[in-house]
Design a protein around this ligand. Structure first.
Ligand SMILES: *Cc1c(COP(=O)(O)O)cnc(C)c1O
Length: 469
């Protein structure tokens, strides 16, 4: 262990200070005086110098893998690199308080109204609420709107909602939380919703259908017009999960496909770094017919306008691209994804052979190296080995349609050279697996930690330093 691998507590020296404040300064800020609110023993904070602190945090940041340090092909998360300017703009609004006088927040209001107009233009919806703070939160809000719509018409029999088996787990979960019973729609062999499989499920008890388009396999639901007509004919509504809106921005609008309600994951499509739990924003949009139902629900899922800073980022991003460039996002993301897919399909199992949108899914290795007494390398092993070569792993074991899902999404921001490097490494790993799967099973070999027990790490994380007795 080197000196710099020590925890900051282990560097602590009694009485060492990073800054000094004249005696008495600060005491006065505690309103009720020393002796009442003052603690009796000082907290057990590390006592270190300023460079110790700087090195501590810088070192921690380098232990992690981020999009600022390398390629990050995580599928289903879409936008990973966010222009830095989009992070600067919200600082302009940092002094705002939600309870400020109305006439002092005209700029913020205008920004919300203009972002709503942009989102309407991109999605084909007519009205938005910015309250929801994530995609899943938007799903719940959208489904509350959907329920209200049916109830306002006195139609209380619609208690079931259709969800394809390729859907993100949040779709059936949001439905259940909203008091709707999710009904699974099986995908056809082409990975798409088959209208013929849908037909027998429709009836007077169906409140609607939740669809992601392109779906989680990165495939465009090409029967969408027919599906929309069928669901509407039975009295149901169409909910669009906007997590995969990227390849369609500026090209095709969910509203024109027949959707009635949708959410947009601003943190996936419009320039907010995500991961690590937020903040996010999942504005919900509806058609004109659903405006009263939206009004009934608006303001009930979060305070004020949700995560306003995330909306500011989306606004800045859309302004930056403008109408003329916004449609290039999807085209380049789609090209990058198909390029990787076609360059690797002789090494990895491609379960559905079709042109994809911004992402695609392999089902593990074509030759996993399994032999008598030697187990084959799995998708987890490939993902771990990638870390040795300096790449973040793709999304693994999602979607659940295949046993060895490896979901790759490069996005539009990566250069051809980066994509080629990734392809070369993925091919090398496939060859390693075929020759010696145990090399992959022991990976990663070069990261600060290897393979933690994921269950144990999630259920019983050790987040607190306990000093040696
Ligand atoms: C990410 C995602 C969601 C959920 O969105 P959050 O913002 O993470 O709550 C829903 N559906 C799909 C397809 C997704 O990729």
């Amino acid at each position: 262990m080197s000196y710099y691998d020590k925890l900051i507590f282990e560097l602590s020296k009694n009485g060492r200070r990073g800054a000094s404040v004249p005696r008495g300064v600060g005491d006065a800020e505690i309103p009720f005086g020393a002796g009442t609110l003052w603690r009796e023993t000082p907290p057990a904070l590390p006592e270190v110098s300023e460079p110790d602190v700087v090195r501590h945090y810088t070192r921690l940041s380098q232990l992690n893998f981020g999009v600022d340090s390398g390629f990050y092909p995580l599928g289903s998360c879409t936008m990973k690199y966010n222009p830095k300017v989009c992070d600067e703009v919200p600082a302009l609004f940092a002094g705002l308080h939600p309870l400020q006088e109305e006439e002092t927040v005209a700029g913020a209001r205008e920004l919300l109204a203009e972002t709503e107009r942009f989102l309407c233009a991109v999605t084909g919806m007519k009205h938005f609420t910015f309250s929801p703070c994530a995609g899943a939160h938007g799903e719940l809000t959208g489904l509350m709107i959907l329920r209200h719509y049916h109830e306002m018409r006195g139609d209380t029999a619609r208690t079931r909602i259709l969800v394809p088996d390729s859907a993100h787990g949040t779709n059936p979960a949001s439905a259940a939380i909203c008091g709707l019973e999710p009904v699974t729609v099986p995908s056809g062999p082409d990975g798409l919703v088959d209208p013929e499989a849908l037909r027998p499920l429709l009836g007077p008890d169906i409140a609607g259908i939740m669809l992601t388009n392109p779906n989680t396999l990165g495939l465009f639901e090409k029967h969408i017009k027919e599906i929309a007509a069928m669901v509407h004919a039975c009295g149901g509504l169409l909910y669009y999960d906007g997590a995969n809106l990227n390849p369609l921005v500026g090209v095709l609008r969910p509203g024109d496909m027949g959707f009635d309600i949708l959410h947009v994951n601003l943190h996936k499509t419009f320039a907010t770094p995500h991961g690590g739990g937020g903040p996010g924003s999942g504005p919900v949009g509806v058609t004109e017919a659903l405006k009263p139902a939206l009004a009934a629900v608006d303001g009930r899922v979060s305070a004020f306008h949700g995560n306003f800073g995330v909306v500011v980022r989306a606004y800045a991003y859309l302004l930056m691209l403008g109408r003329e460039h916004v449609r290039e996002l999807g085209a380049f993301a789609t090209l990058s994804a198909n390029y990787i897919k076609e360059s690797l399909r002789d090494k990895y199992k491609l379960p559905i052979d079709s042109v994809c949108k911004h992402e695609f899914v392999f089902d593990g290795l074509l030759d996993d190296g399994a032999r008598e007494g030697v187990p084959g390398a799995t998708t987890l092993d490939v993902a771990k080995r990638l870390l040795d070569y300096g790449f973040h792993a793709p999304t693994i074991y999602f979607p659940l349609l295949f046993h060895q899902s490896l979901m790759i999404e490069p996005t539009e921001t990566e250069s051809l050279e980066t994509l080629d490097e990734f392809i070369a490494v993925m091919r090398k790993i496939a060859d390693e697996a075929a020759a010696d799967p145990m090399l992959l099973k022991a990976a990663p070999h070069h990261t600060p930690i290897g393979r933690p027990d994921e269950t144990e790490a999630a259920r019983h994380p050790i987040l607190k330093y306990t000093p040696a007795a």
